[in-house]
Design a protein around this ligand. Structure first.
Ligand SMILES: O=P(O)(O)OC[C@@H](O)[C@@H](O)c1c[nH]c2ccccc12
Length: 261
């Protein structure tokens, strides 16, 4: 079994358990449930740099990235760096994250927040809203076209933006529909962990222009962004390159300053 299948299987168990602990009615009573959300897609459209900065402690491909930071400082640092949005890993088992991380980030900044999660159930979208997210991620490789349609329409009904992630042509063709806001190309193959910016390059012309194009993973320098911009990418999701430093906010500040020169 590949790692993605394993994660998805564990996730089904986890979500079943969570549902038993916190009923939907309770999520809907969260003070955050009725708030106005902020659109990441709009921020990206109006930005020169287009950086989405991620909070990620560890990953199955890299083990530990950084364990010594607190989410509040990271969120404040990213906000003052001028990023367009922040991505927060909420998976505990493989990425060391939690919904509390999302809540802490929400309390510390006004950036649009992406719940970075393996979403396989509508319940997780309600959680995203209740814990402060403005955007959800849907991963095409673990969902059917019907799932993608159902989940994205549900997210839109809650005023959340939807970032749909693909890694190849087949996933892209399966996924195109009007209820998505952003199309993300993951440069990392989630089954093998191989990373190549060529994935973003080769899929770019197959993505219709009505979606904001986002390139995800393995972006470790300004040159990578300069290389991808001519292909129409307006968003760049960066995790490890910022998180491996002691001060991710400072590292994002320097990155964006150089990029906007
Ligand atoms: O740390 P990186 O290589 O900059 O990558 C960030 C982000 O793209 C990556 O964490 C990611 C992209 N899609 C995902 C899906 C699930 C978990 C994680 C991811």
């Amino acid at each position: 079994m590949n790692i993605l299948d394993k994660i998805t299987l564990d996730k089904r168990e986890e979500v079943a358990l969570r549902k038993g602990l916190i009923p939907i009615s309770q999520l809907e009573q969260s003070v955050l449930f009725e708030r106005l959300t902020v659109s990441l897609a709009n921020n990206l459209r109006n930005s020169k740099s287009g950086i989405i900065a991620e909070h990620k402690r560890r990953s199955p491909s890299k083990s530990v990235i950084n364990n010594g930071l607190n989410v509040q400082d990271v969120a404040k640092g990213y906000e003052s760096a001028g990023v367009c949005g922040m991505s927060i890993l909420t998976d505990g088992k493989y990425f060391g994250g939690s919904l509390d991380d999302l809540l802490s980030a929400k309390a510390s900044c006004n950036l649009p927040l992406l719940r970075k999660e393996f979403i396989i159930d509508e319940y997780q979208i309600l959680e995203a809203k209740a814990y402060g997210a403005d955007v959800i991620l849907l991963i095409a490789s673990i969902l059917s076209r019907d799932d993608i349609k159902q989940f994205s329409e549900f997210a839109k009904s809650l005023n959340l933006d939807v970032l749909l992630e693909v890694h190849n042509e087949e996933e892209l063709h399966k996924s195109i529909m009007p209820s998505l806001d952003m199309l993300g190309v993951n440069n990392r193959n989630l089954k093998t962990f191989d990373v190549s910016l060529n994935t973003s390059k080769s899929l770019s012309n197959l993505i219709p222009d009505d979606f904001v194009k986002v390139s995800e993973s393995g972006i470790s320098n300004i040159e990578a962004i300069k290389e991808l911009q001519p292909y129409g990418y307006q968003g760049f999701l960066i995790g490890e390159n910022f998180m491996k430093s002691d001060n991710p906010g400072k590292s994002a500040t320097e990155f964006i300053k150089t990029l906007e020169l």
